[in-house]
Each structure stands twice: as structure tokens, then as C-alpha cells.
Design a protein around this ligand. Structure first.
Ligand code: PNS
Length: 162
């Protein structure tokens, strides 16, 4: 049976750090589903479908990676897909509390639930979508931080917005 991992997140937008983690997950599992969360608490710059499309562009050529979207509880999505784990990137210590809270809460709701934490390369250690948005908003160069294929889309969206 194929061992499926779910890579959930907001991906607003996908960064080099996300791409790094997706690559690592794809090496470890038979299939990886990158899934964009429709989090009602957030006001993303890209719509759910736009974020799915950006990730599809970045993951083109990764044969065992699919991209999807979801709303609701992550554990329900995990059950629906019969996944064995979710994969999250753990960057600096600052991620730890938040990620642990989510991992342990999810496990309380679904006892056989596993969260696998992967570490990105040191270049991507302090990277986040919010930092990328801020740099783009003020006209900085985001090329070191996001996959080349989506740089123009992010720059143009930030120009439209601000
Ligand atoms: O990119 P992010 O913001 O770290 O992603 C967070 C995400 C989407 C993984 C998290 O908000 C989530 O799982 N949302 C779905 C709702 C849910 O299941 N909440 C309970 C988790 S404790």
C-alpha cells in the first residue's frame, strides 16, 4: 500500500523553504499531497485556487507530488486520503511551540496520527511567506526566496495590492 504524506499549509505564497520540504518529503514517502488550507482567520494575497496553481507550477516534474486544497479539520482530510503522516517544516526554535501544539492536539483527536518534522537547508531556515510578502510589498528583490517560476506572479500581485 502506498504510504501517503500530507504537506499542509497556507502557502501564501509557496517559498523556497516549502519547496525544500516538499522535495524531502517526496524522497521519503510514496506519495505526497501538498494541501492548501482555506483558513478563514487569514486574509491571503492569493486565493485558494491561485495558491494551488502556484504550487502546481513549482512542483511540476515531481512525479509523486499532488496538490489539493481543503477546508475544515486537517485530521478529517488525513483520514479521507488514508495518509500515514503529515509533514511540516520546522525552522527555528520560534516554530516549536506552535507546531508542537498542533501536532499534539491533532494526536489527541486522532491517536494514531503522526507528524513528521523536517528541517530545511540552512539557506531556507529563516524564510517565511510573510517575510517574502513584506519584501515584495516594499519593492525588494524576492528572487533568493521564492521559486523562479513564480517570482513575477508574486511581484505583480503585490504591485496590484499596494
Ligand atoms: O502554513 P501554516 O499557517 O503553518 O499552516 C497551518 C495549517 C494549515 C497546517 C493549520 O492551520 C491547520 O491544520 N488548519 C486546519 C484546521 C485544523 O485542523 N485545526 C486544528 C489544528 S490543531
Amino acid at each position: 500500500m502506498a504510504r501517503i504524506a500530507i504537506c499542509p499549509g497556507s502557502f501564501d505564497p509557496i517559498t523556497n523553504g516549502h519547496e525544500d520540504i516538499i522535495h524531502r518529503a517526496a524522497d521519503l514517502f510514496d506519495k505526497v499531497i501538498v494541501v492548501v488550507s482555506a483558513n478563514p482567520d487569514k486574509h491571503p494575497i492569493f486565493s485558494l485556487d491561485e495558491r494551488v496553481s502556484l504550487i502546481q507550477t513549482v512542483c511540476e516534474g515531481m512525479d509523486n507530488v499532488e496538490v489539493d486544497k481543503f477546508s475544515g479539520l486537517l485530521i478529517d482530510y488525513v483520514k479521507k486520503k488514508d495518509a500515514v503522516a503529515i509533514v511540516k517544516g520546522l525552522r527555528a526554535v520560534s516554530d516549536f511551540d506552535y507546531e508542537f501544539q498542533m501536532a499534539l492536539t491533532n494526536r489527541r483527536m486522532m491517536p494514531d496520527f503522526e507528524t513528521v518534522f523536517l528541517t530545511p537547508s540552512s539557506d531556507n531556515m529563516y524564510l517565511s511567506s510573510s517575510v517574502v510578502r513584506q519584501i515584495a510589498q516594499f519593492g525588494g528583490d524576492i528572487r533568493p526566496f521564492v521559486p523562479t517560476a513564480i517570482v513575477d506572479k508574486v511581484v505583480n500581485r503585490m504591485r496590484e495590492k499596494f
